[in-house]
Design a protein around this ligand. Structure first.
Ligand SMILES: [Zn+2]
Length: 336
């Protein structure tokens, strides 16, 4: 029996689903901040530009996702992983866990002409007549490999071969290499379309599985449990306070601010749209932009609600947990 047949028999079907990539936290934060920023604010253009860059990145990653869907069923993909190696946190764009090896994918979404200087460990990019230099992605994945090895040791997993590829997601980016390449690094620069073929050729080196199916499942569960996405303080990044934002509940129909509370519903004075749940997105924005908890007063101020009782009912409806006494109760937001 081959390794894959063995796995197909042993693995539970609920583990065989490839994760669907959703937008990164930073992407959602940028969308939320731009949506609540007047275009007359000086910072508006900068935030807008950052969001465009993020969207390009997201597109690149979703191209990779397209090909990852064709992986054999017993392969598991974990994306946007952030783990603690005992000293520092480390981030990995995508991790493919196979019965015989682990593959780290470092995704680069650059446009233009890329040159990997393998001798001097540099990556340069020429785009729109401008040349930029970036750190060597091979050094980056080597370090990630060391950190992942440490992480596996922390949880007493057996040692496993770890491979890594640099994925150039934009099909129109040209790729060149220069310098001596004794380690044949060139072969590890891949386009999403070639990824499956490259992985198959690694698989051929293994006749027996490295992991037992039980260990494999344990590893997947542990990665999900230990993954801690980084919630950067987006408001600090742009030196913004709540006072710089457009506050209130937004109308889903015409995007106007603010909707008014009327007879237990949200009413839009601009387009007369009526809704029951528009405050949920407002609370989600608060979580993305400010923090993971909100008090009754903070909610009333952010959503233009006059009544404490109404605010309380809405918060209890959306938030399933809170901390503190009635007076300084903080509702836990879990909407992202
Ligand atoms: Zn409206």
């Amino acid at each position: 029996m081959t390794c894959s047949e063995y796995y197909s028999m042993e693995m539970e079907s609920d583990l065989l689903i490839v994760n669907k990539r959703s937008k990164t936290l930073q992407h959602m934060q940028l969308e939320a901040v731009l949506n609540r920023l007047s275009s007359e604010k000086p910072i508006y253009n900068e935030v807008h530009e950052h969001l465009l860059k993020q969207s390009a990145g997201h597109f690149g990653e979703t191209t990779l996702d397209f090909y990852l869907q064709y992986l054999p069923e017993h392969f598991h993909v974990a994306q946007d992983i952030r783990l603690f190696d005992g000293i520092h946190y480390f981030q990995i764009d995508a991790l493919v866990i196979c019965p015989d090896f682990i593959l780290i994918l470092e995704v680069k979404n650059f446009k233009g002409e890329l040159t990997f200087d393998l001798e001097w460990n540099q990556l340069s990019r020429v785009y729109n007549g401008q040349k930029d230099i970036f750190p060597d992605p091979f050094l980056q994945v080597e370090h990630q490999t060391r950190q992942l090895t440490r992480w596996l040791e922390r949880f007493s997993f057996p040692s496993v071969p770890i491979y890594s590829f640099i994925v150039i997601s934009n099909p129109y980016t040209t790729i060149a290499v220069q310098g001596q390449d004794p380690a044949n690094l060139k072969k590890r620069i891949v386009r999403p379309k070639n990824l499956l073929t490259k992985m198959e050729s690694i698989s051929q080196h293994f006749s027996e599985c490295t992991w037992l199916p039980k260990e494999f499942q344990k590893l997947i569960h542990l990665i999900e449990k230990e993954n801690l996405p980084y919630q950067a303080a987006i408001m600090d990044r742009y030196s913004l306070s709540i006072n710089d934002l457009i506050i209130g509940v937004q109308c889903e129909q015409c995007q106007a601010f603010p909707m008014r509370r009327r007879h237990g519903r949200w009413f839009c004075p601009s387009c007369s749209y009526i809704s029951k749940n528009s405050h949920i997105k407002t609370l989600r924005d608060y979580q993305l932009l400010v923090k993971n908890t909100i008090s009754n007063r903070e909610f009333r101020e952010f959503a233009f609600i006059h009544s404490k009782k109404v605010a309380r009912t809405l918060l209890l409806d959306v938030c399933h947990q809170y901390t503190g006494d009635t007076k300084d109760r903080k509702y836990v937001l879990d909407l992202v």
